[in-house]
Design a protein around this ligand. Structure first.
Ligand code: SF4
Length: 408
């Protein structure tokens, strides 16, 4: 029951209970309508009530309540725009690409529902500029819907970690460099062309579509009473790279391959947080449950490295340092310094003090969340793997690749 998506993203997409329930039938509009039907024309007030009942939160990482964003957009003055962000600047994430390739009409239905509710005439779709497959899939799906009374505009995002941030997307749509800028008002109030803009990622719109197409009760049938519904995860483990849809409340043991829960896991992607080996054994896929132990689900990226978490975190930090948009000093200068300091810790030639000082220097100093996210991941690996840091300081490592047992 796995649909293999070929081409540049080379990822397995497994059939799931809701969003990915029809992928075996292909991405056509006919297959989509056969499984999900027509979305109808919900009104704003009952839709907001439904969104409140199911507690839908944005799936781009921040987890902001989607109903509140929709309401703020509706209340702001001016005719709103709807923006579907499928760009996924995070290189480890490919859930929105998987949606575009296997269920594009679910994303488009969600966008059309939002546009109708808000009285928008334009839906903008931001696709990864280098992934021609995703762009082609969206353009093919749009050609199947010639009768929509809504204009669709496709934009190609840069291949950069910060290109998918909300302000960077608004800049791209305005024809300026696809980089984050300081913004004093959220896009819902003042976004594209200074008008209210409902901007969210592809999965969020697909979740909205599932809610409208199948109703609240069907939505509540998955997940837990506290966290209804499902989540898309991009998992990198011994089974390779795959996108799965799991109901909230699913045990991590059932999600990860083999001994995944007994190994260090980076949850939430490159800006995420580290779980120690075994820590996920008693936890479930739950924002609240993970948050209670200082872990984050973020945009659903789950990385199970086959090796040392300190080394892995060091290479991610070096990558993130190179992804600064170069506009804010603490980010432009601080992140490379932070990467070098962490490298010295991992090499066992320096203690933690300099790395912790640099984390404090870059936090809350950028125009966007890039420095904060990077510092969060670094702090997390140092906190969770303090024993490993000490082992490296003595010239050892528990995860040497010659792993005949794990010892320093
Ligand atoms: S914090 Fe960094 S990535 Fe964000 S806008 Fe400033 S320089 Fe660019």
């Amino acid at each position: 029951m796995t649909a293999r998506v070929l081409g540049p993203i080379g990822v397995d997409v497994e059939r799931g209970p809701a969003l990915l329930s029809a992928i075996d039938a292909g991405p056509s509009l006919a297959a989509h309508r056969s499984r999900h039907g027509e979305p109808g024309r919900p009104q704003l007030t009952p839709l907001l009530a439904d969104l409140e009942r199911v507690g839908l939160r944005g799936r781009g990482g921040a987890g902001f309540p989607f109903g509140r964003k929709l309401e703020a957009t509706a209340e702001a003055s001016g005719r709103p725009y709807v923006v579907v962000n499928l760009s996924e600047g995070e290189p480890a994430s490919c859930k929105d690409a998987a949606l575009a390739l296997t269920a594009p009409h679910l994303v488009l239905d969600g966008a059309v529902v939002a546009a109708r509710v808000l009285g928008s005439r334009e839906v903008h779709l931001v696709v990864p500029g280098t992934d021609l497959q995703v762009r082609a899939a969206i353009e093919t799906a749009l050609r199947e819907r010639p009768d929509e009374r809504i204009g669709f505009v496709v934009h190609r995002a840069d291949e950069a970690f910060v290109a998918g941030q909300a302000t960077a997307v608004i800049e791209l749509m305005a024809g300026r460099p696809n980089k984050p800028v300081t913004s004093w008002q959220p896009a819902a109030v003042r976004g594209h062309r200074g008008r209210p803009t409902l901007l969210s990622n592809g999965e969020t719109f697909a979740q909205l579509a599932i809610l409208v197409l199948h109703g609240v009760d069907a939505y509540l049938a998955h997940g837990t009473p506290e966290e209804p519904g499902t989540a898309l995860l991009t998992i990198h483990d011994d089974l390779g790279r795959r996108v799965v849809e799991v109901p909230f409340g699913t045990k991590w043991e059932a999600v990860l391959a083999q001994d995944g829960v007994d190994r260090p896991v980076l949850l939430g992607g490159y800006h995420g947080t580290w779980a120690d080996a075994g820590e996920l054994r008693d936890l479930t896929v739950s924002r609240a449950g993970l948050g209670a132990v200082d872990l984050t689900l973020g945009a659903g990226v789950v990385l199970v490295p086959d090796g040392c978490p300190l080394t892995f975190a060091t290479s991610i930090t070096s990558y993130l340092a190179g992804e600064s948009a170069g506009r804010c000093g603490p980010c432009r200068n601080g992140l490379p310094e932070l990467a070098r300091a962490l490298e010295r810790v991992t090499s066992g030639i320096a203690g933690l003090a300099e790395t912790e000082r640099l984390c404090g220097l870059v936090e809350r100093r950028g125009a966007c969340a890039h420095p904060d996210g990077t510092a969060r991941m670094v702090r997390s690996v140092l906190t969770r793997f303090h024993g490993e840091v000490e082992r490296h300081a003595r010239g050892g490592c528990s995860y040497r690749r010659d792993r005949i047992g794990r010892s320093a």
